[in-house]
Design a protein around this ligand. Sequence first.
Ligand SMILES: Cc1ncc(COP(=O)(O)O)c(C=O)c1O
Length: 446
Amino acid sequence: MTTVPTAWRSVLPHLGEQLPADLTPPHTAGPVTATLPLELVRQSISHREFWPIPEPVAERYRAHRPTPLWRARRFEAEIGARVPIYVKYEGGNISGSHKWNTALAQAYYYHRAGFRELVTGTGAGQWGSALAAACAAFGMACTVFMVGGSLRDKPYRGSLMRLFDAQLHASPSPLTAVGRAAADRPGQGNSLAVAIGEAVEYARADPKRAFCIGSGETYSILHQSVIGLESIDQLAALGADVDAVVGCVGAGSNFGGLALPFFAAARAGERALPADLIAAESSTTPKLTRGVYAYDHTDATGTGPLEAMYTVGSGFAIPSSHSAGLRFHGAAKLLSAMRYRDHISALAVGEREALTAGRTFALTELVLPAPESGHALAVAARVAAGRESGHPARHGVLVCVSGHGLLDLAAYDKLLAGSPEDRPADTDLVRAATASLRAVHPTRGA
Ligand SMILES: Cc1ncc(COP(=O)(O)O)c(C=O)c1O
């Protein structure tokens, strides 16, 4: 029987190099990093491999973990798979997605460090919901800036956050200078980078508040490693193995949590079968497939440090889509470094293909995936059916359904009406948004 992991597993000791340091010119160093609890700092830089999960977090994990993993035979038959497809499902907790795994851990560490309120920006609302519930679990206040367009599409995400007593603001909001400035700039109003910028500004106004973030940070990816660790055990329990692992990427914690334990296990000599680790991203924000590897801000204010990331530019006006959780301009520093070394690969998917894969999955496996997860399912289907010549899976494909789509029915309504719109990022606009960024490794083209 698979049990819940008692320790998170870090991939850092297996990389053989340090991640590129952030650039912090004087005007960019600020209290955002100053409020980061020491344990989260350690988890981001230390080369310790196993991190015991604190009991108050582990106890909450046990309420819904291990999460289900099953072979999706009906989905396989429908999409013409040549190899088995195994699904790992993270939608069964109160937030409805994997975000809960790190929200709990972060709330625990910030609470222990003496903070009374956590402040954040959220795109799809899954992260905001997860943090609202995690703050409530540890008796903390929570303030969330949610991308306004996304909140209009998914009002019940807001209801869920309010249910847990969170203060919710549609971004851009009049509450912050960042929000007021963004409201005047066409195209910027629907950006997670703006919502994050607002949260940063709001958190800085009170020392009892801390800004915290859901997914791009190395410690978030560490917390998500429970997904991959369980999957490895569950596949073994089924007597199965896979040579392709697929997860969708917003900033990268879901994919990293699923895939990097496979990398660590292979490097540690625990797995014979090498796995092709494939990040499924949205064609609206194709940082890993069409972005540049450069130093960029994680938010739109330009006040945080510059991180080494694959990016389409923090100033890029991201086309709208229902997969709001994937509409982030950059990939996590850790994933970006691994992409640069070809330890992971990436494929981009349009909204129509993602929602179609999501609907096919619902009809066959009777679980409605979030549109974000539909991207991973679309890539898994391509690979399992032999439609991606660069990714020949011979044994099996593991795919993570990162969340449920029960609050995303407006997107599926659009699919039924035949009107989802694919809005791939415009090449010239990406070029313009990245032109002035400093390349991480100037010699190998960013
Ligand atoms: C359901 C779902 N899947 C995937 C993602 C992207 O996750 P990450 O930012 O960890 O890459 C999100 C982000 O909001 C999400 O809500």
